[in-house]
Design a binder for this molecule. Structure first.
Ligand SMILES: *[C@@H]1O[C@H](CO)[C@@H](O)[C@H](O)[C@H]1NC(C)=O
Ligand SMILES: *[C@@H]1O[C@H](CO)[C@@H](O)[C@H](O)[C@H]1NC(C)=O
Ligand SMILES: *[C@@H]1O[C@H](CO)[C@@H](O)[C@H](O)[C@H]1NC(C)=O
Length: 397
């Protein structure tokens, strides 16, 4: 072996050692909220300790972990904001975060735990107990002094975020919101609130690209998943929904100028005792919003009030929209392998915009039945498309 060759082998070898040493001497640093003063007693305010742990993890120039050990930690509003000095922060939760019982404490904040302007954050495990019942009772009473309530977990203006195995209980408003993000994965999450709790949407996605929701179970009082304007390249797979108001694209078209929803896949989903199954909903008023390229595939309905629904005449309390038509154009929506039972006679209802009729709707192997001997029916207005395979109920195209 020539000297030159030897030198090159040695230097390659040295480089490997250096690379290994670098990665070996820079393990993730960990910040345990308990060591920073958090009390696992469910009542001492531990907000400061959580914020201190985040500040250190975010300020670290190497990957870092915020660790929440077992126990119940009462925390107020937590703003976990970036940009951070490293792109790999794990928030590992073995315990439970408990919101203050007094709902005025979170008051006018928009969220309880919020991540914003972060990249490469992973939230693993844990339970968030927002104790929403007090606020729901306030809203149900005639008192006019209730705050709106907050989202339990909000991820905004962030990239490459993962939420694994989180349980969200009894949110005041939405459980989880993804807004203004790229590449977010929500996997193995469990959302629980009573079927009559107001506005407790499970997971809301808007103005975001490349969001994936997998292997998730949602029982709540509003939409299991709600999909707002500007949701694109969204993938929802293996989700159980019920009670709840279904997987809903919308409400869209509230604003005159609005981002569209495109490329949404919803597959292997089960709805049980839900108000809706697969729903697309837009306000009956002018808008440039749209829905394009949606696939609903392999869905089982059990006792669902509106298994397949497009409602473009949404106008709650007839406010600001009576006698107007929706400007939202809905095209290329596929329903494939949808079967099970409807809790009402009308199992399929496509009520599309008179001005911008739905087009490119396809149904393949749809088999929905109503109770006993009474057949289910389909009602379609301003909807164009075609069917293939077995279709029950028939009558749309
Ligand atoms: C990381 O931060 C430490 C102290 O804060 C500093 O000593 C070290 O040089 C930094 N390393 C890099 C790679 O910036
Ligand atoms: C649609 O979105 C999926 C992710 O949900 C992505 O893999 C696919 O490339 C997108 N398709 C188009 C045509 O953009
Ligand atoms: C449609 O569903 C009914 C009720 O579950 C079932 O008896 C029937 O075999 C199904 N038909 C097809 C073609 O799958």
């Amino acid at each position: 072996m020539s000297n030159h060759r030897l030198l090159s082998v040695v230097s390659t070898f040295m480089m490997l050692i250096i690379i290994n040493t670098v990665s070996f001497t820079q393990p993730a640093v960990g910040y345990n909220v308990k060591r920073l003063g958090a009390q696992p007693d469910g009542k001492t305010d531990s907000t400061k300790a959580f914020m201190a742990a985040w500040a250190r993890a975010c300020g670290s120039n190497q990957s870092a972990t915020v660790y929440v050990p077992k126990g119940r930690f009462m925390v107020g509003g937590l703003q976990f904001s970036g940009p951070c000095k490293n792109g790999a922060i794990t928030v590992r939760i073995d315990g439970t975060l408990v919101a203050p019982a007094n709902y005025f404490v979170l008051g006018k904040a928009q969220y309880w735990l919020g991540f914003q302007h972060v990249q490469g954050v992973k939230i693993v495990g844990g339970t968030m107990d927002a104790q929403g019942a007090g606020l729901w009772a306030c809203k149900a009473s005639s008192l006019k002094i209730c705050p709106d309530g907050v989202t339990s977990l909000a991820i905004s203006n962030s990239n490459d975020v993962k939420v694994y195995g989180l349980t969200s209980l009894n949110s005041q408003m939405f459980h989880i919101v993804v807004n203004g993000c790229n590449n977010v994965r929500v996997v193995g999450v469990n959302v629980v609130a009573p079927g009559n709790s107001p506005n407790t949407d499970g997971i809301h996605v808007q103005l975001s690209t490349g969001v994936t929701i997998l292997n998730t179970k949602i029982s709540t009082g509003d939409d299991c998943v709600s999909i707002g304007p500007g949701a694109t390249d969204l993938w929802i797979e293996n989700v159980r929904c019920g009670p709840g108001h279904g997987i809903s694209i919308g409400s869209l078209g509230k604003d005159l100028k609005e981002e569209g929803v495109k490329n949404v896949t919803v597959k292997r989903v089960r709805f049980k005792n839900a108000d809706n199954g697969l729903r697309i909903k837009s306000w009956g008023r002018p808008s440039n919003g749209f829905v394009d390229n949606v696939l609903f595939q392999n869905v089982v309905m059990s006792n669902v009030k509106n298994p397949i629904l497009i409602d473009q005449n949404y106008c709650p309390v007839h406010n600001n929209c009576p006698h107007q038509v929706s400007g939202v154009k809905i095209s290329n929506v596929k329903y494939e392998d949808i079967h099970g039972t409807s809790a009402t006679k009308v199992a399929v209802k496509l009520d599309c915009s008179k001005k911008y009729p739905c087009d490119g709707i396809t149904m393949q192997n749809v088999n929905l039945s109503f109770k006993n001997q009474i057949p289910a029916s389909a009602h379609c207005i301003n909807a164009g498309g075609k069917t293939s395979g077995f279709i029950k109920p028939t009558g749309c195209f």
